[in-house]
Design a binder for this molecule. Structure first.
Ligand code: SF4
Ligand code: SF4
Length: 543
């Protein structure tokens, strides 16, 4: 990105160009887009039209019949997905969604308004698939699919994190995230994906995880974390890998194993499971909770999703416990059952510690770690000392997918309130279902589009800044691996002094393990502070 300082980047021009939006050609601004997908990544999974190309060059080396490919793909999807067909027809352009997208708020670019982003596709739909559009053309909001239009699709549909915030405000329930998904599928037919998605998809397909880690690398990373835990607590933990007959398969994003602060959350899982004596196993094959395939096409999402269930079947577990991963939960709750499920070979999850039957997971057979942990705390099954987190003043970021995607709103708050004395909510219009996105989801967490990420994350950062100024908040908790990575960069830029933490790390700090040493540091090696009273407060002010 350009080296703009926060006070320069926050100057946003909301004055749109005077011309009609159709007359304004796309301008590819460096820092606002990701590198195109590599030939190798596309070939690995058999995606169409793999080739060397660059979005920075004028010639994208499209196949001769590219228009035919796209329009045929569109026709097929209009036929297959009733929601897509409806979304193309029913928007009344009321504008209720216009100022709800973090990318519009952070860039001021009108084509980042959800209504106009969808219109980029809808205009071609009208021209090709409606009588009015065919006859009246531009008067009916229709336009031809030209190379310029295609480039505009690529630029703006990879400036949408599929977060669905706009859908919460649409009176017709139009889900622009689903329109983005279809647009990306159409682009994918021409090999026009981005490498930060295509690379992890290829890795996951070949090796079971986004990072392309071999089994021995996964086990040695966990062993490194076990050594850290032993140093802090004096307790030696010995988890199992690929163990047939375990009761539970644990699946978490591979990012948890390598990058701070995800590694601390991962240490938290290990400590919690050891304390409970849980009969669980990790898999070095289904070693990825994330599903970047869902950012390319339904078909690829399905292929990657199936690995988790195939592994659960092979190992003969009863049910699956999932770590703090955002889009894993959206995929499971919204798509898995029609892709690969229901997972009938598994059993409805029952907590072996509390006996709670997770009826909400009756078809997916998969429980989120926050549901599992909240249930343990509710039944007083863990010894907790919340004062161990008193050096933190905590706020909570509802990750888009678990919150809007599956309604996981209360469980993480319940845990935080049990394990921390100082919890402060951000303003109501920026949390829960209305949460602001981190700005880097759906595969956009690359470094080359840093300006886009910082602009897109600006509304989130602004709300954090509000509680930092008001309550001296210094820790932003969340339950998503991408968020932990994305928000760290975001906070460093916009709200220095605020760090990022997983909810399970907070729990592990407060967890008094049987036989542990007198602990004088948290999982990060920071000194634990003395008790200090504080009340959880809600902030009703707008930001
Ligand atoms: S809120 Fe819904 S109906 Fe209104 S402009 Fe946005 S997408 Fe269209
Ligand atoms: S889904 Fe999210 S990123 Fe995409 S248009 Fe809607 S609010 Fe913006």
């Amino acid at each position: 990105m350009s080296n703009l300082k926060p006070d320069e980047l926050s100057k946003i021009n909301y004055m749109p160009p005077e011309e009609d939006w159709m007359s304004v050609s796309v301008q590819m601004r460096k820092g606002m887009y990701c590198h195109g997908a590599s030939e190798n990544s596309l070939k690995t999974v058999g995606f169409p039209n793999p080739r060397k190309w660059s979005s920075a060059e004028a010639d994208w080396k499209l196949p001769d019949n590219w228009q035919e490919i796209v329009l045929k793909g569109m026709a097929e999807r209009l036929e297959k997905y009733r929601s897509f067909h409806i979304f193309m027809d029913i928007c009344v352009r009321c504008g209720a969604c216009a100022d709800k997208c973090h990318f519009f708020l952070g860039t001021g670019d009108p084509k980042n308004m959800p209504v106009l982003r969808a219109e980029l596709l809808r205009s071609v739909y009208r021209r090709e698939f409606t009588t009015a559009g065919k006859i009246l053309g531009k008067i009916a909001g229709a336009r031809e699919l030209t190379e310029d239009v295609l480039k505009e699709w690529w630029y703006y549909f990879f400036q949408c994190t599929e977060c669905r915030r706009c859908s919460v405000f649409c009176p017709y329930g139009i889900d622009t995230a689903e329109i983005t998904m279809i647009a990306r599928e159409l682009l994918n037919l021409l090999g026009l994906n981005i490498e930060w998605i295509a690379g992890p998809v290829a890795n996951c397909y070949m090796k079971g995880n986004h990072l392309g880690l071999e089994p021995h690398t996964i086990t040695s990373s966990v062993e490194f974390l076990l050594d850290e835990i032993e140093e802090i607590t004096g307790i030696k933990i010995e988890p199992t890998f690929n163990r047939k007959g375990a009761e539970i398969l644990f699946v978490t994003p591979s990012g948890d194993l390598f990058a701070d602060p995800g590694t601390y959350t991962c240490m938290g899982y290990l400590m919690l499971f050891h304390e409970l004596g849980l009969d669980y196993t990790w898999s070095t094959y289904a070693s990825e909770g994330g599903n970047f395939g869902s950012f390319t096409s339904n078909e690829m999402g399905k292929r990657l999703n199936s690995k988790i269930y195939a592994e659960a079947k092979r190992l003969g577990v009863k049910w699956i416990l999932g770590g703090e991963c955002g889009h894993m939960w959206r995929v499971l709750n919204q798509y898995m059952d029609t892709w690969n499920g229901p997972a009938d070979f598994l059993q409805v999850p029952v907590s072996p510690i509390t006996g709670t039957v997770f009826e909400n997971a009756a078809s997916t057979k998969m429980v989120h770690i926050s549901e599992f942990t909240a249930d343990l705390l509710k039944h007083n099954k863990l010894e907790i000392d919340p004062s161990r987190n008193d050096h933190y003043k905590v706020t909570f970021h509802d990750s888009c997918n678990p919150s809007r995607g599956m309604g996981l709103l209360e469980e993480p708050r319940y845990i935080i309130n049990k394990v921390c004395n100082n919890f402060f909510e951000m303003p109501e219009n920026t949390i829960r279902e209305k949460t602001f996105c981190c700005g880097s989801g759906s595969g956009l967490n690359a470094s080359e589009n840093m300006e886009l990420r910082l602009r897109g994350g600006f509304p989130r950062a602004n709300a954090v800044k509000h509680v930092k100024n008001k309550y001296d908040v210094n820790m932003l908790a969340c339950i998503c691996a991408i968020d932990r990575a994305a928000l760290t960069t975001l906070m460093d830029y916009w709200v220095p002094g605020v760090k990022v933490i997983g909810v399970t790390e907070l729990l592990a700090n407060a967890l008094k393990m049987k036989g542990e040493n007198d602990r004088d540091t948290d999982l990060r090696g920071e000194p634990l502070s003395g008790a200090e009273d504080g009340d959880a407060k809600e902030d009703s002010e707008d930001v």
